[in-house]
Write a protein that binds this ligand. Structure first.
Ligand SMILES: [Zn+2]
Length: 338
């Protein structure tokens, strides 16, 4: 964010303008103390268009971006994104596990968040407070809280502590899918956590994963690629992460993944292209899933059937033919269902 001398643009006094990121600052050669042209469009945060170099002071300083994490001193890097074939714009701390204080706090916040353990009454602010008081350093510390101590804190009483205790107890029963998501493994969001849990099946299998595990077995899962495998390897080669997974057994009950149904499309994968007749995509998808089939998001070697509707994407059809995928019409698909 650029802090600029307040200026009135179309009736709004602007004193901040976004600089986006390091690459953008370098590209536009924006320096400390520069005079800049800014633009404000709609409700978007004003942004810097260019620098008026004629007004630049002599020996102006370029912005220096940290080479080390301001929190823990680890090296920071820009990751290479395999999808875009570009380096990320943001730098990240290379620390894994909980050695980096700022990252540890955020990991605990993620652990208890709505889509993870979902603990009512344990919000981000409370986590920060408990951290400052040295009550928590690791996610599993949530289960070791001293409630008597909490009761003596400002803003807490018998009832709120009882509620917190209840909410934490409630969170101990969890699905494997949510547990995997809650660990905050980079590139493993809700969808990937679900896919992984279906492949891993139960906590016992999960707890056996370590750096010796053959992570490439996950490559057969549609949606899991090199990026995710790399991230999983990094996560499971860290001692604190393995300790966390080991300790979970003491406090939590992880439900097994229910056996997958044995519908007629078991182990079969489908994809659509073009408009279907008399049925929406969503309905067709749910029909496939009800019969234990799977929907893929791209034409690849794992695809079994490409269902072609009206005005299909020619590229997808050609790709499918090339990969010897069965290209079928909607009527054929309906026959399969019957
Ligand atoms: Zn760090």
């Amino acid at each position: 964010m650029a802090k600029i001398k307040p200026v009135n643009i179309g009736g709004v006094v602007v004193s901040n303008a976004t600089l986006h990121n390091e690459d953008e600052i370098l590209r536009k050669d924006i320096r400390v103390g520069d005079t800049v042209k800014i633009e404000r469009a709609g409700d978007v945060i004003p942004h810097v268009i260019s620098v008026d170099k004629s007004k630049r002071i002599n020996n102006s300083n370029k912005y220096k971006f940290p080479e080390k994490c301001p929190s823990c001193g680890s090296r920071v890097i820009k990751e290479f994104n395999n999808q875009t074939k570009k380096y990320d714009a943001v730098k990240r701390c290379t620390s894994e596990g909980f050695e980096c204080e700022k990252m540890a706090i955020e990991k605990i916040k993620h652990f208890i968040s709505k889509d993870a353990l979902n603990i009512d009454g344990l919000g981000k602010k409370v986590i920060e407070k408990f951290w400052d008081l040295n009550f928590i350093r690791l996610p599993q510390d949530i289960f070791k809280l001293n409630y008597n101590k909490i009761e003596t804190l400002d803003g807490w009483g018998k009832l709120s502590v009882a509620n917190l205790r209840y909410a934490i107890d409630q969170s101990k029963k969890i699905s494997l899918e949510k547990l995997i998501f809650s660990l905050g493994i980079r590139h493993i969001g809700q969808e990937n956590a679900k896919l992984l849990s279906q492949s891993i099946k139960n906590y016992e299998n999960f707890s056996k994963i370590n750096s010796n595990f053959n992570f490439n077995t996950f490559l057969t899962i549609d949606g899991i690629g090199e990026t995710q495998i790399k991230s999983l390897k990094k996560f499971f080669s860290n001692k604190s992460n393995l300790e966390l997974i080991g300790e979970i057994k003491k406090y939590m009950i992880v439900k097994n993944v229910e056996k997958s149904a044995s519908g007629k499309f078991k182990n079969k994968t489908f994809m659509f292209t073009g408009k279907l007749e008399g049925i929406s995509r969503a309905e067709a998808k749910s029909l496939i899933e009800k019969n234990s089939g799977k929907i893929l998001s791209s034409v690849n070697g794992k695809l079994n059937y490409l269902i072609v509707g009206d005005k299909p994407t020619v590229r997808k059809v050609n790709q499918a033919i090339e990969l010897k995928v069965s290209v079928i019409k909607q009527q054929d698909f309906q026959k399969m269902l019957d």
